[in-house]
Design a protein around this ligand. Sequence first.
Ligand code: NI
Ligand code: MN
Length: 228
Amino acid sequence: MARLTWHGHSTFTLETDQGQLIMFDPYLDENPKSDIRVQDVDHLDYILVSHGHFDHFQDAIPLAKKTGAMLVSTSEIVSFCQEQGLENVHPLHIGGGKRFPFGYAKMTPALHGGQVHGDTEGAYTTMPGGWWLDMDGKRLYYSGDTALLTDMQLLKGKVDLALLPIGDNFTMGPEDAARAVEFIEPKVVIPIHYSTWEPIEQDPNEFREMVGGRAEVMILDPGDSYNF
Ligand code: NI
Ligand code: MN
């Protein structure tokens, strides 16, 4: 059984069947909805970063330094992290994947901004991405911050669990995310990236109604886990 724990916004921890701990888009200390802080995290094996915005990347370097976890992201973000003194890193790029001990992880396209938090010169601006993971046949898709993309149709039949933003304003809103569910046809979808702040306030139950019978919508509170 793999266990996914949501920490509010787009931050979640995945504990694999084999017990590896993977954190996605760490945003804890300044995340008003997070159930944990950096100081609470003692062990991570991998940190996967979809893009460089503060609300996805702010705590990635501190956590990687604290835990020794391998940080995996686009080559530009990885280069920025190396410049900040991080050594345990692996660069990927959109459309590329790699087999890690926890499974296969591939970066998927996202349509969004590419600035890297902390990169004051703009030298490491990157293509934002998302993640598709295949862990012994358990397939997870986390779109990252993105607009609705027709490319998502390529994932049809290849996703068991999808994590999609529904906040609107900076990413897909509920209607476009429901359309993404139509494209992808996941078994289960978890809405994320909403109600962290006022501009992305949403009622996830409205998203659930829009999805209807096309997928099971799991609405989590920060700190809640979902086993799959
Ligand atoms: Ni963003
Ligand atoms: Mn964001």
